[in-house]
Design a protein around this ligand. Structure first.
Ligand code: MN
Length: 703
């Protein structure tokens, strides 16, 4: 069992005294926070975070990672909040602890292969600071080491998750030592019988080979020392899981796989690597075709080393790897090794900068080697994700671009879901469709059969799929309406010249269309409806200039509004026109025809731009409900609003908005917005309100 004193000893070898003391302080903080909690092994809980910090200390991680490791279960398992950690140990540490807690809360269950990869990506995407992942890997490593005391079902679940999620993450980050230990522990838990048999075989073989291995080793050391090289020679054994995989995939017997002697030689410089290689090749005969120079041409994950195979006594092959200490460290600890070699400034930015440096380093090595960039691309994407990963209610993971909203999610699930969505729940909480999603969120879409895409969704939908579907829907829904409206408007323009679109000379029309790059007449009509072409001017242009400036007779024939024109016709919010009101239109260059009441003050201002004004009337078959605003003056009495609301509701009308404004001690103004069919309908409502006791005055609000 590790102690804080032993840890401090390690820390003093590479951290500054004040950094070491912060880690110590975090230890006592954790000890107190977890006071009374016991691990399943019977030890006090604090032994776990202490061991996790110890794992990171062995990798020479920075002090903030170690402090976070000490505190990593505090938010999750004790009552202490993130802010309290921030006050005690700084915001960076608080963020790290919070990040680890969030990863811990995620449940990685029932994984198909493809899902497993998404989970790995999700985990990486959730960690804004790469150190979160490193602390989490160390946490998982210690848990795996101590799994023996858990019930087998739970142990197996954790082991499976480790093999599916965490060991691939360790591999992506080049952390080979951690990956191998994950694999061996996971293998032993999932397949205890097989693991025990292979382990016993290894021990057995080791006993037989011991003498021979030591012979070869001392021969190598002696030869190299003679040449003046100060080296470390390690006898190497394949790890459990890799033997198992080899037996399975290459269908080799255990004896065949084990019948190889392997050594690693660690030297001080790249130059020495090649000199040592020369010495070794003169000591034993190299096997042709087995020499590989991964220093000049690194492996795609950045691995560097010289590999060679020699023919030993009795024809036994000897595998030798030669590398520098730095290469050894990179091969073992990957991204974590970066904290050892470049350690000065701290914080999340420098952590991310280091991750970037690591990727950059790999990239340079690869470019020199001219190797495939596939692995690098995947690491880069994982460390600096442009994607977020969110859950469906059933636990499926969807990948979306950063900034995506529930609308994007809905369309990603299915076009029909997108077209009929009305609201969403994010982590079970009702949320607006416009809210940006984050990795790890669970998103549920609420749909309604009558719902339709809303043009405002285009303001926040980011995926191509959502945007093109919304555009497509709006276009199809409204194009026919737009063409019809455009024709009506353009005919009004032609009326000034005593003609109609149908009567216009076809050559003149064709010439106009070509000149203005329209493929069809419909395209032109849509533009007119949209307000980007003014009817009077367009008519004049089609008929060509020699009729310019003629009379404006017939211009007064108004366009009928049915209320079903789609988004080419909208109703002004300033004056809330309803059927029965005298109305006039304004051709806005973006919104098409905007309908105002003819007494609207805003319209008066627009009269200066009279080219854009359109005479309108309500169609006899007008449909729909229209918003209107009422201002009611009532006596200051309890329950007045309830009485009025009940009256209005009893007529089948809902109040959409309500606000009050005190007039004086005796009276209050109540403003109400509701939807009505027409003026007659409104008049009935106003009458009902006037009949209410203590209501003094009811008026419709004009802007
Ligand atoms: Mn833990």
């Amino acid at each position: 069992m590790q102690t804080i004193d032993a840890l401090n000893h390690t820390l003093n070898s590479y951290l500054k005294p004040d950094q070491t003391s912060q880690v110590t302080r975090a230890y006592y903080f954790a000890e107190q926070a977890h006071y009374g909690q016991i691990r399943r092994s019977g030890e006090p809980y604090v032994t776990h975070p202490l061991a996790v910090a110890g794992i990171l200390a062995d990798m020479h991680m920075d002090h903030q990672s170690l402090v976070a490791a000490m505190l990593h279960d505090v938010i999750e398992d004790t009552g202490i909040e993130k802010s309290a950690i921030g006050e005690q140990f700084g915001d960076t540490v608080a963020e790290l602890v919070d990040g680890v807690s969030k990863l811990t809360q995620m449940e990685f269950e029932s994984l198909e292969e493809k899902q497993a990869e998404n989970f790995q990506k999700m985990a990486l995407a959730m960690a804004r600071d790469i150190r979160v992942i490193l602390v989490k890997l160390a946490d998982r490593l210690h848990n795996m080491r101590t799994l023996g005391v858990l019930s087998t079902d739970k142990a197996k679940r954790i082991a499976r998750e480790t093999l599916d999620i965490y060991s691939p993450i360790a591999m992506r980050l080049g952390m080979n030592n951690v990956r191998m230990e994950f694999e061996d522990l996971g293998f032993s838990i999932l397949y205890p019988m097989r693991a025990r048999r292979i382990d016993a075989a290894i021990r057995n073989a080791r006993g037989h080979r011991k003498e021979l291995v030591e012979n070869v080793r001392s021969q190598i050391v002696a030869t190299l020392n003679q040449e003046g090289h100060d080296v470390r020679v390690i006898g190497r054994e394949k790890h459990l899981y890799s033997i198992y995989k080899k037996m399975k995939s290459k269908r080799k017997s255990f004896a065949e796989i084990m019948d190889i002697y392997a050594f690693r030689i660690i030297v001080d410089s790249v130059d020495t690597c090649y000199r040592v290689l020369g010495c070794i090749h003169s000591l034993y005969k190299p096997v042709p075709g087995e020499f590989k120079d991964y220093i000049a041409i690194p492996k795609s994950n950045g691995y560097q080393s010289l590999h060679t195979v020699l023919m030993g006594m009795h024809g036994v092959p000897i595998e030798v790897q030669i590398r520098t200490r730095e290469m050894e460290d990179m091969a073992n600890n990957g991204i974590a090794a970066h904290w050892l070699y470049k350690s000065d400034d701290q914080g999340a930015n420098s952590s991310q900068a280091r991750a970037r440096q690591w990727v950059q380093g790999l990239l340079e090595m690869q470019q020199k080697a001219g190797d495939s960039l596939e692995f690098i691309e995947s690491v880069k994407i994982d460390l600096f994700p442009d994607e977020i990963y969110v859950f469906t209610p059933k636990g499926r993971i969807l990948e979306l671009p950063r900034g995506a909203t529930a609308v994007d999610f809905a369309y990603a699930v299915h076009t029909d879901v997108g077209n009929s969505c009305v609201a969403c729940r994010i982590n079970r909480r009702l949320a607006p469709l416009s809210e940006a999603l984050e990795s790890g969120h669970t998103v549920e879409i609420l749909t309604s059969s009558g719902a339709r895409p809303n043009p405002s969704w285009l303001d926040y939908a980011v995926t191509a799929k959502a945007r093109s579907n919304i555009h497509h829907f709006l276009k199809h829904q409204t194009r026919d309406d737009s063409v019809a409206l455009g024709q009506t408007l353009l005919n009004k323009g032609f009326a000034d010249f005593g003609t109609t679109l149908d009567q216009v000379d076809q050559d003149q029309l064709t010439e106009f269309l070509q000149e203005h790059h329209y493929t069809t007449v419909e395209d032109l009509l849509v533009d007119v409806a949209r307000g980007s072409r003014l009817p009077a001017i367009t008519a004049q242009q089609i008929l060509s200039e020699h009729v310019a400036g003629t009379a404006t007779a017939g211009r007064d024939e108004p366009v009928a509004i049915r209320g079903t024109e789609g988004y080419m016709v909208s109703f002004a919010r300033c004056c809330h026109p309803i059927p029965g009101d005298a109305i006039e239109g304004y051709l806005s260059s973006e919104k098409g025809v905007v309908v105002h009441r003819d007494q609207c003050n805003n319209l008066a201002d627009m009269r200066e731009n009279s080219d854009r004004l359109v005479a309108l009337r309500w169609d006899d078959d007008v449909q729909g409900d229209y918003p209107v605003e009422l201002r009611v003056e009532v006596e200051n009495r309890r329950g007045m609003i309830a009485v009025m609301a009940t009256r209005i509701n009893s007529m089948g009308v809902n109040i959409e908005k309500i606000s009050t404004e005190n007039k004086d001690y005796q009276f209050t103004f109540v403003n109400m917005e509701m939807h009505v069919e027409n003026r007659v309908h409104l008049a009935r409502i106003m009458k009902r309100l006037r009949d209410v006791n203590h209501v003094r005055k009811v008026v419709r609000v004009k802007n």
